[in-house]
Design a binder for this molecule. Structure first.
Ligand code: NAP
Length: 245
């Protein structure tokens, strides 16, 4: 285990499984103290035990990203334990039943996707920002998707051109807008804000149809969480390059 980043504190939302758990595992393996945000205490505790068994400094923090009072409590706990937050990974996300192309999508599915994938991220980020400002080198990573790219959605030759889910894709597009605007607001600070396309990864979200492993799906998010002070902010990245907006 390389402990290059020992002493840093990271919060990962939706860390009980999938890409979020793997991001937490990889950060923990680099010496980062990982707070495993999870809405289900049993699943969160289970994830904590797995990472501790691997030797990581990890603990479960209850975090349902659509509940302001739970978010506020999580921020208070982080302040009491560490006084700051070095890395925030906004990973929790859903793909709602009833989502689909604009002509037939259930509007309720669009609302559900926005509630978690955008409003949840906004609420968690606003609540954690005062703690991130206490860090000498804060990093905020949004786990977005290539499906949030307007450019790729408009490209008929793109490999996922047929995946037109207004709720999911739209929620990731506005998440990308949040990234760009927040990075601009924070441009004179040491905080960096970037958004990541993990790539099509085998998880519960897609019934394990993804073609990448979770290790591959987590890699760019982990890299962005640990970027040095001279790295860019306000960008859209995937493993090996940038994603068009
Ligand atoms: P996943 O295995 O289904 O994990 C999603 C995580 O989000 C779970 O921990 C889930 O908790 C949590 N979550 C959902 N709603 C929440 C809420 N309201 N409050 C707190 N936590 C909540 O999916 P994944 O593939 O790892 O997805 C992680 C992120 O990657 C998502 O943002 C997704 O959009 C993005 N992404 C995934 C892919 C892919 O191919 N897998 C591609 C591009 C982007 P529960 O276990 O309690 O439900």
């Amino acid at each position: 285990m390389g402990l290059n980043h020992k002493g840093k504190v990271a919060l990962i939302t939706g860390a009980n499984k999938g890409i979020g758990f793997e991001v937490a595992r990889q950060l923990g393996a680099q010496g980062v103290t990982v707070c495993l945000g999870a809405r289900n205490p049993h699943l969160g505790k289970f994830a904590e035990e797995k990472l501790k068994a691997d030797g990581a400094d990890a603990y479960f923090l209850e975090l349902e990203v659509t509940k302001p009072e739970i978010i506020a409590k999580a921020a208070e706990e982080l302040r009491a334990r560490h006084g700051r937050l070095d890395i925030l990974v906004n990973n929790a996300g859903v793909h709602g039943a009833g989502d689909g192309p604009p002509s037939i999508v259930d509007p309720e599915a669009v609302r559900q996707a926005l509630d978690v994938n955008f409003f949840g991220v906004l609420a968690v980020t606003q609540a954690m920002l005062p703690l991130i400002r206490e860090s000498p080198s804060g990093r905020i990573v949004m786990v977005s998707s290539g499906l949030g790219s307007l450019t790729l959605n408009g490209d008929p030759d793109w490999q996922f051109a047929g995946v037109k889910r207004l709720g999911y894709n739209g929620s990731k597009a506005i998440l990308n807008m949040l990234t760009v605007q927040l990075a601009w607001e924070l441009r004179d600070t040491s905080i960096k804000v970037n958004t990541v396309n993990p790539g099509f990864t085998a998880t519960d979200l897609n019934g394990y149809r993804g073609t990448q492993t979770v290790e591959e799906g987590a890699a760019e998010t982990v890299r962005q969480a640990l970027i040095p002070g001279d790295a860019p902010s306000g960008g859209f990245f995937e493993t090996g390059g940038v994603v068009p907006w």
